[in-house]
Structure formats: C-alpha cells, structure tokens
Write a protein that binds this ligand. Sequence first.
Ligand code: PGA
Length: 254
Amino acid sequence: MRKKIIAGNWKMNKTFDEGMGLVTEIVAMVKDEYNGSAHVVIIPPFVHINAVSRMVSEHNNVFGGAQNCSNHDSGAYTGEVSAAMIKSCGASYVIIGHSERRQYFGEHNDWLAKKTDAVLKNGLTAIYCCGETLEEREANKHFEVLKAQVSEGLFHLTAEQFANVVIAYEPVWAIGTGKTASTDQAQEVHAFIRNLVKEKYDETTADTLTIQYGGSVKADNAAELFSAPDIDGALVGGAALQSRSFVDIVKAMK
Ligand code: PGA
C-alpha cells in the first residue's frame, strides 16, 4: 500500500521557543485525536531539527525533516548543511527543490538531482517538489514543465532508490496565495506524474510512489483533495504554523 504523508513546512518561521511550543501541541493532538496511519512530518528551520526530531522520536507516526540540504558531503561551503548532518540530528525527510529554492536561490533540476543523491545516500527520504508557474499553466505548458522537473531531477535513480522518494506537486500559483488547485486539476497532474514514473520504471514503482499536493492546503479543503485517488497527502505551509489547523489537515487523511 502507498504511504500517506502530511508534512508541515514551517519555512523561515518560529523562534526556538515558539517552535518547541508548536511541536509539543502537535504531538499531543496527533496522539489524542488521530488514529489513522498517515505519517506526519514536521519540517522546521535547520536550527530546530535536532530538538524537533527528539521530541517526536517516541511517536511512531511523527517524524522530523529538513527544508533543504547541500549537494556536497562536507567541506568549505560556508552556510551549507549536509544530509549527513541532518540525519545525525534525527530527521527522516528532506525537501528538495521547493519552488522558493528554485525561484529565489536559483536551484535547477541538475543541482537538485545531486541533492537528491545526497539525501538518499544518507538513508533519508527526499520530498522532491515540482510545480508550474501561473504563466506556464496559462500557456498550457504545465505538463512539459513538470515532465522536465521530474525527469531531470529524479530519473537517474534506480527503481530501488525511488522507493525513498516522495514527489510533492505544488503549483507555484497556489503557494501562499489562498488559491488551491481544484481537486480535478491536482488529480490530473498527480495521475500524469504517476504515469511518467510508470513509463520510466514499472507499475509497482509508480503505484507505491507517494505524491503529495501542496499549495494553500487548509483544514476545509484537505478532505476533498485527499479523496482523489492519486493524492497521497499534503505539503502544508501557512496552515502548518498553528497546531489546530495542521492537525485538522492530518485528521482529514483517514
Ligand atoms: P502554503 O505553502 O500551504 O502556505 O501554500 C505550501 C508550501 O510552500 O509547501
């Protein structure tokens, strides 16, 4: 069966004390209110990863993650953080190629392919993001863009490695804008991505791939999105900054 994953990406938000308070609340609410099997991933800024991962370690469905990592193993790369460091802090997941990294930090598919390698080499799971801009969608180029992002970033991997990859479809026009893709629009793209993976690898690799949707997911639209056959969870930004709204999204995944 395909793993369902709800991940909360805090982006550059929360001081240490604020973050610890939020995790404490999330963990308690998930434990008390959620008896489904989805994995819950909490993805704070780097400086909180160690503490967050320790706080969630006794809960078998809650994990820590990182928002980015270096493509290098170690060395003179001031300001960078390696996948091995993230692993040593107890995290399990790393987001690769979030649209904000692509847009503001010039991260390209070939670079992201190397980051994905670093993540997998260290026994972590990559959450590889893809998504088209509004202009690309309006020009009807979204499938072409998504195909390039997915194939150039991931298709050098073996089918075995692909078992540790999650894909997050996040249309750039829906991130932080309050405009969610409709369930039909998201489902169409998720099915397209799954089919790309099937054509490149095989049916089993495609069928077992978790594909999350991201972009203004909220408690009131999550259940409908999750009802689509190819939507296996969510990568949540804004609504992950408060325990109530985040856990309500988790609860929408039966
Ligand atoms: P949003 O962000 O939920 O605030 O739209 C999603 C994301 O960027 O992962």
